[in-house]
Design a protein around this ligand. Structure first.
Ligand SMILES: [Zn+2]
Length: 163
């Protein structure tokens, strides 16, 4: 297993619509294992294959205290509600943005055994799922910004005192 290098905006692979996985073969298993390593190494809660330069419909999610979810060829079944969230992306480092995401989401996908799974999620988990599924369609969270004022550079140093 290895840590893969992350692709950053404006790398064109991030804008491509990823291709469906046709067969869950050793190459796909290896990719998933490497993506999990890469996600953990970068302290991410999710990672999509285009972020490591592979244009395939594969994503992994790992929320605090939860097992890893592997999603192959995921599809949205249902979305409900909306909420304002703050979001960042490993492929667009140094910024956070305020956008709108679904409150609840249901996703259908294949797991590594080729079985169909349904994942029901809300709040942070729903946000992570929508974020990763967007990557598979070449969409980044910055595309959801109402305007540029909703994008904030991350502070690298503590704010200075007024005096
Ligand atoms: Zn991202």
């Amino acid at each position: 297993m290895s840590i893969l290098s992350l692709r950053h905006y404006p790398d064109p692979v991030l804008r491509r619509k990823a291709q469906p996985v046709r067969q869950i073969d050793p190459t796909v298993r290896r990719l998933v294992a490497d993506m999990v390593d890469t996600m953990r190494h970068n302290s991410g809660v999710g990672l999509a294959a285009p972020q490591v330069g592979v244009s395939l419909r594969v994503a992994v999610i790992e929320l605090p205290e939860e097992p890893v979810i592997v999603l192959i060829n995921p599809q949205v079944v249902k979305r409900r509600g909306w909420r304002q969230v703050e979001e960042g992306c490993l492929s667009y480092p140094g910024y956070r943005g305020e956008i709108t995401r679904a409150e609840k989401i249901v996703i259908k996908a294949l797991n590594l055994d080729g079985e169909t799974i349904r994942v029901k999620a809300e709040d942070l988990a729903a946000q992570a799922l929508e974020h990763e599924l967007d990557h598979l369609n070449g969409v980044l969270y910055i595309d959801h910004l109402e305007n540029q004022d909703k994008l904030y550079p991350l502070e690298t140093e503590p704010p200075q005192q007024a005096d």
